[in-house]
Design a binder for this molecule. Structure first.
Ligand code: MG
Ligand code: ZN
Length: 373
């Protein structure tokens, strides 16, 4: 009883905060969305379960962007070989619509490559993009474009980026493209031969380059892993804006864009509460950038979810608003269901409790595609 009372009290307290905000919430009630989406933006918080979202919401008096979404669901993240999944199997489920084993990237349990939604979008003449705050060949982005037995086949995953005409990708991991141990190939040269502009993300005249409609683009943010947010990395919200501005004019059909708040997971693995809140705040800011576009555009379905929970995060009894006592039960992933937030045309498909593979089938349905073609 005491707990119920405390929860109610907290909700009233949070409600009182709402009126102080300069932002008008929820934005969704004011927008008339199209019947079906032209574009889908999938935002993945790696390792982001409900406790992480709660921590983000309670770590500030401002309303977070998570609270903007009119449709909420939960996904079951079980892998084909283990109740507790990893980022490879989790992302493969959402990218390709199949359950696979831990470590498998874009392949089924028999290691047979499975077409991803990004590859399908390319075949259908849509513009496509991937953005990550770790290396671009890491499991989450990799599952949308690569097909490898093991997630740590980084150099093989890098070669798979040449097999799909993805319009734009942004992330770390340049060394896997141009300083390879397994062969002498220079994938940056090969990308350039395929009409890509390859540049350092922090080069300051990228926007003018992006105007060229005949070129595709790769922007590296680090040789290996980008910094954590706590160490000063701040590119995700800006890269989100850049990617959307670029992709929205690329194809009359529409676009598919996946962007990852990758290091939420790492903060969970290392049980670092400050880092965790910093990464979640960066991700929340990125959601804001995406919502700004989607509310004006009205043709864009936005889905925000994670692949699994990391750390067994708990918000301990001594917690206060902005002064959370965060605790962890493990350095590993856990099996809790993962919240799914959706807004825009066909967002209602994402209500309920369903398997992670349905993130794929619901996106396919929202686009109005037939999964077999
Ligand atoms: Mg990841
Ligand atoms: Zn992890």
């Amino acid at each position: 009883m005491v707990k119920i009372f405390a929860t109610t009290f907290l909700m009233i307290f949070l409600g009182a905060c709402t009126s102080k905000s300069s932002l008008e919430f929820p934005v969704s009630t004011k927008v008339k969305f199209a019947e079906k989406p032209k574009n889908i933006i999938l935002l993945l918080g790696d390792g982001m379960g409900l406790a992480q979202v709660t921590a983000a919401v309670y770590s500030t008096y401002k309303k977070t962007n998570f609270e903007q979404f009119p449709v909420i669901g939960f996904q079951k993240t079980i892998a084909s070989d283990n109740l507790i999944t990893d980022s490879a199997a989790g992302a493969t489920a959402m990218a390709c619509g199949i359950k696979t084993y831990r470590n498998g990237v874009g392949v089924n349990p028999d290691t047979i490559p499975q077409q991803s939604i990004l590859e399908l979008a390319e075949l259908k003449g849509f513009a496509t993009g991937l953005v990550s705050t770790v290396t671009i060949i890491h499991a989450t982005p990799a599952a949308f474009i690569a097909h490898q037995k093991y997630r740590n086949f980084y150099e093989q995953i890098a070669t798979d980026f040449l097999k799909t005409d993805i319009d734009l990708f942004i992330g770390g991991g340049k060394k896997y493209f141009d300083r390879r141990d397994s062969d002498e190939r220079n994938l940056i040269k090969e990308l350039e031969q395929k009409n890509y502009v390859v540049a350092n993300y922090f080069n300051n005249n990228l926007s003018s380059k992006l105007m060229d409609p005949n070129r595709n683009f790769v922007f590296f943010t680090a040789d290996n892993h980008p910094l954590s947010k706590t160490q000063g990395r701040d590119y995700l919200p800006k890269a989100a804006k850049m990617s959307i501005n670029f992709l929205k004019n690329r194809s009359k059909n529409g676009f598919f864009l996946m962007m990852e708040g990758s290091q939420i997971d790492w903060a969970g693995h290392s049980n670092e509460p400050i880092q965790l809140i910093d990464e979640l705040s960066d991700f929340n800011q990125t959601i804001g950038v995406v919502l700004d576009f989607a509310m004006k555009n009205q043709n864009t379905l936005v889905i925000v979810t994670g692949d699994h929970e990391t750390g067994g995060l708990a918000i301990n009894p001594d917690s206060k608003m902005k002064k959370l006592d965060l605790a962890f039960t493990t350095n590993d992933h856990t099996g809790t269901m993962i919240p799914v937030f959706a807004i825009g045309p066909k967002a209602e498909l994402f209500r309920g409790i369903y398997d992670n593979t349905e993130i794929y089938s619901k996106m396919i349905e929202a686009y109005g595609w037939n999964a077999t073609n």
